[in-house]
Write a new protein. Structure first.
Length: 437
């Protein structure tokens, strides 16, 4: 990838669609390790994907590759990048008018400066869906990561509308985690009285960019790619809502320190992100075929989500088998799925403690253990300082704005309930340390 003041990436269309003069890096289907059959999952869709949804998925894939190929270390402040992206789309006129909305969405998610231009998708050929024998239309669609929140939502909905199938869209996280995701899925499938479940497995693993350098380690556009894949599947099934389950505590994701403000903390399911995504889809889709993305756990803490999963029939062992980690050791060294020390793992610990009074999850490390490195203890120390300081309604509003339909007072109350769960985690850690001493 050529470094400089602006990275320019051109998603290839069909043959003959070559970059104009300028410093463009060509990207496309070959930028992913998996073949298109594995990525798109068309063989598991019961109907044709509308142009706008196919466009959205292509745009999300292009943004994801641009995100991975443009390294933050090359930026002047080692974070904020300037990225120019060119993508071919079938619904060209609609995307032309929606370009500013897409750039604003990407800037919100990544904290970078984006310039997105569109080209007509020349030689457009619609690949027909080729459904497997026996596949039928789903009545409900949800993103399914193998995490605790998505498992709890799937369990809650598995016993609703027993005759209408539910589609769970799962993106692969590498071969080492595929088995875990499958086992988590089966814990829903075996619930008594569960409705018919359908699983659409997709994947996304970027190739290197040919420079020999490691790709960018942050991946703020990954969530957008996953949601776009689920929207695409929902559109093919004729479903108008996609559920993206994430506890409201982490969807707001209040920064523990000033250095983690805005997109330095993940904003993939923040209410403003979903509002901008829904506005974008409303602009590019035909009115009768638009899809809305909804976070069903928007008003619940991690502990409340754990409790909902338990009430739906999941055992503590089912919940403990899930993946919550931001940097899972399993991906890199074959260790436990959850590191135990990143912020999502700390929130997970507090949620399990709230719901069950204990957490039997096997973690790689205990952040309060003696002998753990300063780096591994970093999130624990930041959490302690955050809980010692005041938190006000103003703090909810100043990091990332809320959309008009979100009540700031309710959001503040949600964060305070989550803080209460985290305080109990700190108290448990202090008791453990006293017992060891």
């Amino acid at each position: 990838m050529t470094t400089g003041s602006e990275a320019a990436l051109w998603w290839r269309g069909h043959r003959g669609d070559l970059p104009r003069a300028g410093r463009w890096t060509e990207i496309g289907e070959e930028s992913f390790r998996e073949n298109e059959h594995r990525i798109t999952g068309l063989h598991r869709l019961p109907g044709q994907v509308p142009d706008w949804a196919e466009d959205l998925f292509r745009v999300a894939r292009a943004a994801f590759i641009a995100d991975k190929y443009t390294r933050r270390n090359d930026a002047r402040d080692r974070w904020t990048r300037s990225i120019r992206l060119s993508v071919p789309v079938a619904a060209y006129e609609r995307w032309q008018s929606a370009g500013a909305g897409l750039a604003a969405l990407l800037q919100l998610v990544t904290a970078d400066l984006w310039s997105v231009e569109f080209r007509p998708l020349v030689g457009h050929h619609v690949q027909e869906a080729m459904p497997d024998s026996g596949d039928e239309h789903a009545g409900e669609v949800a993103l399914f990561s193998g995490g605790l929140d998505s498992l709890s939502w799937a369990a809650v909905r598995a016993q609703a509308n027993p005759s209408i199938p539910m589609l769970l869209v799962m993106f692969g996280e590498g071969n080492k985690l595929a088995g875990l995701q499958r086992r988590v899925y089966e814990s829903v499938n075996r619930l008594p009285g569960a409705r018919p479940l359908m699983l659409l497995e997709m994947s996304q693993t970027p190739h290197g960019d040919g420079s020999g350098r490691r790709l960018e380690s942050s991946s703020r556009t990954r969530g957008l790619l996953y949601v776009a894949g689920a929207v695409r599947a929902a559109a093919a099934h004729g479903v108008d809502t996609v559920h993206v389950p994430e506890n409201g505590q982490l969807s707001l994701n209040p920064p523990l320190t000033p250095a983690r403000s805005a997109a330095c903390s993940t904003r993939s399911v923040h209410p403003l992100t979903l509002a901008r995504l829904n506005a974008l889809m409303g602009a590019v889709a035909s009115p009768r075929r638009a899809v809305q993305v909804v976070n069903p756990w928007e008003r619940m803490t991690k502990g409340e989500v754990c409790k909902a999963g338990s009430d739906a029939g999941l055992s503590p062992a089912d919940l403990e088998a899930t993946l919550s980690c931001g940097k899972s050791p399993t991906k890199w060294c074959g260790g436990p799925p959850n590191c135990g020390v990143c912020f999502p793992c700390l929130v997970r610990r507090s949620g399990m403690l709230h719901a069950h009074g204990a957490d039997g999850t096997a973690y790689q490390d205990e952040p309060w253990a003696t002998g753990i490195s300063v780096e591994r203890r970093r999130n624990w120390r930041a959490l302690q300082q955050w809980l010692l300081g005041p938190y006000t309604l103003g703090d909810v509003l100043t990091d990332t704005p809320l959309p008009p339909d979100i009540d700031p007072v309710a959001a503040f109350d949600l964060v305070m309930r989550g803080r209460g769960e985290l305080v109990r985690l700190l108290a448990m850690a202090d008791e453990d340390a006293a017992a060891v001493a």
